[in-house]
Design a protein around this ligand. Sequence first.
Ligand code: TXA
Ligand code: MG
Length: 346
Amino acid sequence: METVILGTGNSQEMRIAIDQAVDQLERGSIVGLPTETVYGLAADALNADACATIFEAKERPSFDPLIVHVSGEKMLNNVAEIPDEIADVTYDLIKEFWPGALTFILPKKEIVPDIVTSGLQTVAVRRSKNKIFSEIVNSLESPIAAPSANRFGSISPTSAAAVFTELSGKIPLIIDGGACSEGVESTIIKIEPSQKKKPLIKILRPGPITPEMLKKFGKIDKHQHSSEESSSLTSPGQLDSHYAPNTPLKILNSPEEFDFNPSKKYALLSYRGQKKDGYLELCDWTHIETLSPGSGKLPEAAVRFFFSLRKLDELGVDEIISEPIPERGIGFAIMDRLKRASYQFS
Ligand code: TXA
Ligand code: MG
């Protein structure tokens, strides 16, 4: 199958791209679409056969459920139940963070096909703030199931070119909406009622909506489920190894940990590219990729993170070395991805 990329550089191109995407989705096909977090591989969420194609194209195991994207509260209520005990906090969070990078795990409604939720009784729901994505879900008038548009386990795509690298030949269409403005996947939360005043907000996957931003709405539980718990299907996608490059990746918590081998070629993923951090002169790096040059800004680092990891992976070095990222704000989500990306090499 030939994979076409449609640009959205001017209003005419944008119109054509949106119409074609909606047309493909209506016909039960799958399409690579931009969102503010990462590119998604989209299908009509109410079309079970179309959703099955997502799993095939991604080579994604059927036990890993998809996120359903809605156009607003009406569509949310079509796909999910909002239990009375958590209704106040859920609507407060929606008011504050939607459209945006916050995904809720809620009891699912009958209309959502089992394949979307991998047989779970809950569904993951979010509303994207990307303009192109929003127009498409509005025109389709049906929710859109979209996991990240990469092959299962590999680096998430934050550009149309990255989607092409991952899935060309397997999908008919990619809409190029430029680089993603957030750069890491949405924060996934599950809210649990509590006898105490504040509900419990469990962060199943850290993302752009940070614990600091959520804490005024409830008590935050940052504990992520281990793979044993995952197999009990509380959060099946949160595997220890994920987002992995082909090149071995190691996080060095301090420069002293570097175990230099003169016959190897190394590349460095640096946070702010500063000599004083002690990494730049550890060896003769084949390449140094800096996430946020200068004083280091975490949102900028997030935007560049997957893009930089992908670039380093394409260099053909023997090892990628990464500096640690400060685990505050969105840095918590970046370190989560970095740890999972390096897991199989540690
Ligand atoms: O930002 C995002 O969330 C992007 C864009 C495209 O929207 N999507 C995304 O999807 O990251 P994906 O499939 O790569 O990650 C979805 C995660 C998986 O870890 C999956 O296990 C979890 O959501 N998930 C989906 N439904 C769930 C459910 N009912 N209970 C627990 N976890 C669920
Ligand atoms: Mg993913």
